[in-house]
Write a protein that binds this ligand. Structure first.
Ligand code: FAD
Length: 379
């Protein structure tokens, strides 16, 4: 099937099947049966083995709908690709197909109350007794954890080495006794993220992802996928009714006003430039070229663009911005992108250090054993 046929088949399927009030799990199963979940993932692990071109064609059609896929965004965009890259065949066989079919929801458990930007200073401990790992600690800001069956957990396994060298990645059963999930409300009034407590939770060694104490290397893979998936919108739910999109603002605002026209042109140029940049990064990734810190640049550009859209809507729509529920939700959600997936300041540090070659931030703690550091709540 050529690309035009693929796209029109996808359009017809979406027209018949995309219903935003659908049960998310049933919808994902239908999406997978139709061949539109895991489009570029290998067939061996439940994917479709197709190319970026098909994925982009489907995404372009899906943007005209509000698909009920929000709870799968962390699994599809971050956890799944990390298991694909860093898992063993047993883990790929066990976890990837149920993830693509929406049978199992995933969350990402990195941030803690004392470890956000500096996530390598986290304190959740995992101790090995020769057979299983015993986990104790707390995570926070964990998106979609209230729906999750599995979590990608970064925990400390060695306190006698510097902080980046004593971490290990695990796949944790979120229904295990001792896992407590408490939803937190954000400023839109919704609960999109949670705090999680681990009290004597056991994890079999077969659910360790990567080598012991190589968790930082695995986390870097996840963070790269996170920044690329956030900036390209992979795994995100539909944007059909986004009230601060170029189309929505153009329809709402007085375009005979030269200032409004000027701002809309600015929005269009920035959106297009970002779309082309993320397309290029995705193509390079598939071709085996590591986008590295440029993924952070894409994520920063998207966070800034989203704030620009929210500011534009606020200043030009006036009191309507408060009265219109959809618009006020979109505006109050915008700052989340400047924090989640790494803050704008951290993205700038990474770009300055690794893209522009500026002097890195001084890191006095790089060679000090973790147990001797004063980080988080550790005294
Ligand atoms: C909507 C949303 C969803 C999220 N989902 C998840 C999730 O699913 N899983 C997960 O693990 N985490 C998640 N997070 C957490 C997110 O990764 C952290 O909020 C983020 O890394 C910042 O950490 P922090 O909140 O602890 O802030 P801090 O690290 O305490 O930062 C506070 C302020 O200091 C600045 N700052 C810190 N260090 C530096 C520095 N070296 N140079 C310059 N400025 C600095 C920051 O930019 C920020 O402005 C989510 C957050 C949000 C908002």
């Amino acid at each position: 099937m050529n690309l035009d046929e693929y796209r029109s088949t996808a359009r017809a399927w979406l027209a018949d099947n995309a219903r935003e009030n659908d049960d998310p799990k049933q919808f994902m199963a239908r999406l997978h049966d139709a061949g539109y979940s895991g489009i570029t993932w290998p067939r061996q692990w439940g994917g479709q083995g197709l190319t970026q071109a098909e994925e982009r064609a489907f995404a372009a059609e899906a943007r005209h709908h509000n698909l009920p896929t929000y709870i799968f965004s962390i699994g599809l965009g971050m956890c799944g690709p990390t298991i694909l890259d860093r898992g063993d065949d047993e883990q790929r066989a066990r976890f990837l197909r149920p993830l693509l079919r929406g049978e199992e929801v995933w969350c990402q458990l990195f941030s803690e109350p004392g470890a956000g930007s500096d996530v390598a200073s986290l304190q959740t401990r995992a101790e090995f007794d020769g057979e299983t790992w015993l986990v104790n600690g707390q995570k926070v800001w964990t998106s979609v954890a209230q729906y999750a069956d599995w979590g990608l957990l970064l925990a400390r396994t060695d306190v006698d080495v510097p902080k980046h060298k004593g971490l290990t990645m695990f796949l944790v059963d979120m229904h295990h006794p001792g896992v407590t999930v408490r939803p937190l409300k954000d400023m839109t009034g919704h609960s999109r993220f949670n705090e999680i407590f681990f009290d004597d939770v056991t994890i079999p060694d077969a659910h360790r992802l990567g080598e012991v104490n190589d968790g930082w290397g695995v986390a870097v893979t996840t963070l790269l996928h996170e920044r690329l998936s956030i900036s390209s919108g992979v795994g995100m739910s539909g944007q059909k009714d986004n009230p601060v999109s170029f189309e929505a603002l153009r329809a709402r605002l007085d375009t005979s006003d030269p200032y409004v026209r000027d701002q809309l042109v600015e929005l269009h140029i920035r959106s297009r430039a970002l779309a082309l940049f993320t397309q290029r990064l995705s193509q390079e990734t598939k071709a085996g070229i590591f986008p590295g810190a440029r993924g952070s640049a894409a994520k920063l550009l998207l966070a800034e663009l989203t704030m620009f859209q929210a500011d534009l809507a606020t200043s030009l729509a006036g009191p309507e911005a408060v009265l219109d529920d959809g618009l006020s939700q979109a505006i109050s959600l915008a700052p989340a992108l400047a924090l989640g997936g790494g803050t704008n300041e951290i993205m700038r540090n990474i770009v300055g250090d690794r893209v522009l070659g500026l002097p890195p931030e001084p890191r006095a703690d790089k060679s000090v054993p973790f147990k001797d550091l004063k980080v988080g709540t550790q005294s």
